[in-house]
Write a protein that binds this ligand. Sequence first.
Ligand code: HDE
Length: 673
Amino acid sequence: MSNQEQNKKNQQLDQFRVNDKDKSLTTNQGLKMNEDEFSLKAGERGPSLLEDFHLREKITHFDHERIPERVVHARGFAAHGEFEVYESLAPYTKANFLGEAGKKTPVFVRFSTVAGSRGSGDMARDVRGFATKFYTDEGNYDLVGNNIPVFFIQDGIKFPDLIHAVKPEPHNEIPQAQSAHDTFWDFVANNQETAHMIMWHLSDRAIPRSFRMMEGFGVHTFRFVNEEGQAFFVKFHWKPVLGVHSVIWDEALKLNGNDPDFQRRDLYDAIENGQYPEYELGLQIIKEEDEFNFDFDVLDPTKIWPEEDVPVKIVGKMTLNQNIDNYFAETEQVAFHPGHVVPGIDFTNDPLLQARLFSYTDTQLIRLGGPNFHEIPINRPVCPFHNNQRDGYGRQTINSGQVSYHKNSLADNTPTPVSEENGGYKHYQEKVEGKKVRARSISFEDHFTQAALFWNSMSDVEKNHIIDAFSFELGKCKEVAIREQVLDMFSNVSHDLVTGIAENLGLAIPKKKEIDYTKSSPALSQANTKKKADTRKVGIIVADGFDEELFSHIKALNEANINPEIISDHQGSISSKEGNKIPVHHTFKTADSVLFDSILIASKEGTKPLFTKEAPNFVKEAYMHYKPISALQDGASVLHDLGLTDEKGVVTNNASQFVEAVAEARFWNRDGK
Ligand code: HDE
């Protein structure tokens, strides 16, 4: 039996899966219909009849097909998979799914952007949601995280303000899926706790190359509780096995036009190809008694715990190995909630987390139309569930018996509350004391130290990208006063940063402020991430009459787990000199250089003018995007004509060097050429 067959969630979903192929057409009442093209009329040219139940049913269902999109994270894409824990985490938590080395738990993961509508482009500069539902034996556990480890605000009461500011402006609903507009930056300047998150938002992290190549973070500090009742503060990390990689801004802009589904397609195709995305689960753990031993408050969601100070312990791996069958039924109807916990996992007093614990059920009530959304197949736990909740729109469970209240005698006082010893959830008994106040803790007041930590940790290339991103975003604000306020705000982070932005915006450079924070955290820079050729996409430009050495090159790429795709001047197939054919995946009209991680030019300019014009354009654009380029045989003349010889990342007739270059991915030394 394969893993997927054993997977309990998969078995459960099987009961609901229906394939309509080769079946007879019926109404929703099961009545077979003899006709589906014509409504019932009084005479062929006469009026339609109200009696036509088939027309009515079909149109009515259609009229009600849409549900409200998520108020944030509307655009998303999801997959099924499995989580396996490497070692027992019983010393820290009694969570059963983390308790035994090798234990596997089915998962469903939804990735998303935040600001755009459901139909917006994938490549927006935005935070990516990374929400995981673990279908554990003790109930669903949801880790509803992002690909950025901190958040814009410290208190959930500001969330509606933040989202109102970043969404399209209300008077004209412009711009879609972008933070580059006045209201967002006005919010930033007036809410300076955003500083640290803004640094991440304007870094390469906000334009990931793939959902498969980004980290995930639980953001808040959560609490682990073990069997002895001992508690720990914990932060969750997902570390992608392929490393953390991004596109550059110019590619992001072009990708949104070339393929608005770039990131969903990437995830879907990887799973279809058997190149299953993998992420390791990492934990940072702080003992309760060390709560106050840091220069940040562990409850403040605008702060990280630098990995060099609190190491990330790798404890398991998640593999996404199965695509969804139906977008609406699964990805759209899945309902995550940070409050879906299991014994051994508990909350802290982070005021952002506390507000989330209210918001997620509330939003599902309107989005999924009532209190029974837990019965939707994708949301059902794989363990039994029993309580006295009843009725409501769309109720599916048929609860038999006369009792639906607690306490009772008629049903022997069942369903029975379960003691903690027997697996009942008992909230951690944290001692709390204080006056009722609406206030920010003084320990939450430092907004700039970790923003500076992030800046200090960036490579020069990454710093330039951040300056460019600020220049783009603020450059799109109409109000000069907003640009100036933001500049002034970020002069608390780095003078170099604001100098670069001010020059681009033609503004006065703010006065230098004393910043004595020099610490950096190498783990924050993508320059230090893993470099792998695996699953990268190479566009091979080739015309009829190509040299057969291409076949051995393709073999070498396949062996390195690279995905080659053929681009030519016509569809169908192309032939080698010897007449052997290979299928064409794209033409110059259907593809663009930005869709590939690298370009290999495998034949000389063909006889067709289109090839002569387009092949060099693909190479030029890939070069401008710092990507590896390679040529085979007479294809080298195309590189030669462009003056591209003898430099890093430009390879000729050498498959193994090319594979290394694909792993390297970007050659930043080209800057300025
Ligand atoms: Fe969310 N968030 N959020 N959020 N969030 C939603 O719930 C909310 C926050 C995150 O793929 C909504 O079902 C509040 C932080 C993800 O289905 C809503 C606050 C983090 C997803 C909601 C936050 C997240 C959501 C909209 C501040 C990272 C998509 C639809 C107090 C740790 C889940 C829905 C999916 C979705 C509220 C802040 C992550 C409205 C009030 C911080 C990944 O309930």
